[in-house]
Design a protein around this ligand. Structure first.
Ligand SMILES: Nc1ncnc2c1ncn2[C@@H]1O[C@H](COP(=O)(O)OP(=O)(O)OP(=O)(O)O)[C@@H](O)[C@H]1O
Ligand SMILES: [Mg+2]
Length: 536
């Protein structure tokens, strides 16, 4: 892999990259950065957690003129949390160059945003809906925009942002540099690319073969009623540093988070019905480790980058393979290892095999964790905590008392008693969750080869790559295909709330939130709200 020195980047940008701890470029960065520096339009596809943000962020920050007092670059993301996360990465990359960037997303006070816009940011990172609000209010002008980046473009289209994106792109000068990043290349993305990109280079880092993944994947077959007990045992057994647990619906997430809290875990829920403030709080706690279990709907599946997530647990099987790949991609990022567990009820086994087939990755069957394994896991955890204190030498004030106690009692018994206390009693409260219906296997056979859909990207298949990439999807590597087949709509997905404007549509199960905060009257087709995850 290339080092960042080899790209001919500005010294201030190189310094930022070094401070961020990046040593070598990832495959998608190695391919994208030189092309972007030449000003080529491009379409980028690569696996989860492989540094796509910096792949566009580095060349962008490198080329921005800091004397510019008008908006010269626009990055569009599907969700608020992603806008925040991408903005933070851009901020870090541009710190030494003195670049001004600003996230603009719904659910945040618009007056505050207008004030921030007065500071003349050169880069705006926003969600399409709120961007359009500002454009209509004339608080954002796109006349001087030279670079446009669409992150998670397929998700934005899935969420119904096609029209918004088109309206925005039409307002940007035609002479511009456009980059589009997408996990998959359905025809609507190809159409969008045709309409708005000039002779784009397709940069795709997807290994043809499934190589050793950094994410270990396992599933447990169980009945709906066994899930919660299995979950607590699994957490005890595996002792994750940070874990994300995905549930199918908002109700599920609320119930699960509450149940976990009752059992003594530091868990909180995240879904689209929470206010922006609540969402930000939950994410802050998760990032700083004050909670170590995040229970979420698919609102957290895309793009979220929290370091230290060692485990992803699909409490409910995801609706489609794409969602599976994005969910499990919250761990095993930047070459680190991670483990993904999936709970599958007997009626869902076919659907699991379907996911395996599309992702071309075997998911290993594991038995239900036993009570003994759970207890052993907890005890190990206690021992680790004790050793940690010992190593950090944070215990001197207890030494006097320890000596006194040791004069009277046996050391093994004393330590065992202390460990019991530290481990805590398992609170065996009976927990009842509202059952969810099983996910049905698809009737239609899904042909990976002809579909043109790819899930994830890849760390490349290059042999010298120390991060081993998992391989998902197939495909020829360029161009995508002609098939229009999409997975059925993700009916029960959590598209969150806080819609800013737009008529609220209702559909079975779907999590359209409440809290409509906008006052814009949009007379057009309802769309899903821009929403997903928080970051950093
Ligand atoms: N060259 C690099 N060396 C080390 N770490 C890196 C490098 N580039 C990016 N990272 C880190 O890797 C993590 C994942 O990056 P990022 O969020 O951009 O992934 P992504 O490809 O956009 O994933 P997703 O598909 O899930 O959105 C981030 O924490 C980022 O800071
Ligand atoms: Mg990303």
């Amino acid at each position: 892999m290339k080092t960042f020195q080899e790209f001919g980047l500005d010294a201030s940008v190189l310094r930022a990259i070094t401070e961020m701890g990046f040593e070598e470029s990832t495959p998608i960065q190695e391919k994208t950065i030189p092309l972007a520096m030449e000003g080529r339009d491009l379409i980028g596809q690569a696996q989860t957690g492989t540094g796509k943000t910096a792949a566009f962020g580095i060349p962008l920050v490198n080329k921005i003129n800091i004397k510019e007092e008008r908006i010269s670059a626009l990055i569009m993301c599907p969700t608020r949390e992603l806008a925040i996360q991408v903005a933070e990465e851009i901020e870090k990359l541009g710190r030494f160059k003195g670049i001004r960037s600003l996230p603009i997303y719904g659910g945040q006070d618009i007056v505050k945003q207008i004030r921030a816009l007065k500071k003349k940011p050169q880069i705006i990172i926003g969600t399409p809906g709120r961007l359009l609000d500002h454009i209509n209010r004339k608080t954002i002008k796109l006349d001087d925009v030279q670079t446009v980046i669409l992150d998670e473009a397929d998700e934005m289209l899935d969420m119904g942002f096609m029209e918004d994106i088109q309206s925005i792109l039409k307002l940007v000068p035609e002479e511009r540099h456009t980059m589009l990043f997408s996990a998959t290349m359905p025809t609507n993305i190809q159409r969008l690319a045709q309409q708005f990109l000039r002779n784009p280079e397709h940069v795709s880092v997807i290994p043809k073969q499934v190589s050793a993944p950094t994410i270990e994947q396992a599933y447990i077959e169980l009945h709906e009623k066994q899930k919660f007990e299995a979950l607590s045992r699994l957490i005890d057994m595996e002792a994750p540093d940070l874990a994300i647990i995905f549930g199918r619906t908002k109700r599920r997430v609320d119930e699960l988070a509450e149940a976990l809290q009752k059992r003594g875990y530091a868990a909180e829920g995240l879904h689209g019905d929470l206010s922006q403030n609540q969402r930000d709080n939950v994410m802050r706690k998760f990032r700083d480790g004050s909670i170590d279990v995040l229970v979420a709907t698919d609102v957290a599946a895309r793009g979220l980058d929290v370091s230290g997530v060692t485990h992803v647990i699909n409490f409910d099987l995801p609706q489609d393979p794409e969602s599976y790949v994005h969910r499990i991609g919250r761990t095993g990022r930047a070459g680190k290892e991670g483990t993904a567990w999936t709970f599958v009820t007997p009626r869902e086994i076919d659907h699991l095999h379907f996911i395996e087939k599309v992702t071309r990755h075997k998911i290993n069957k594991k038995p239900l964790p036993s009570l003994a394994e759970a207890i052993e896991g907890k005890q190990k955890m206690t021992a680790e905590r004790i050793l940690d204190v010992l190593q950090k030498e944070e215990h001197s004030e207890f030494k006097g008392l320890a000596i006194q106690m040791l004069e009277q009692y046996d050391s093994v018994n004393l330590l065992a008693a202390a460990m019991k206390l530290l481990t805590g009693d398992k609170k065996d409260l009976t927990i009842e969750l509202t059952p969810e219906d099983p996910i049905r296997a698809r009737k239609k056979k899904f042909d990976v080869r002809s579909s043109g859909r790819r899930v994830g990207g890849g760390y490349g298949s290059g042999s010298g790559d120390r991060r081993q990439g998992g391989g998902y999807g197939s495909g020829s590597g360029t161009g995508g295909s002609s098939s229009n087949s999409r997975y059925p709509r993700k009916d029960s997905r959590d598209y969150g709330s806080n819609r800013e404007g737009g008529s609220s549509s209702s559909s079975r199960n779907r999590d359209y939130g409440s809290n409509n905060s906008g006052n814009r009257d949009r007379s057009r087709a309802p769309r899903k709200s821009e929403d997903t995850l928080v970051n950093k």
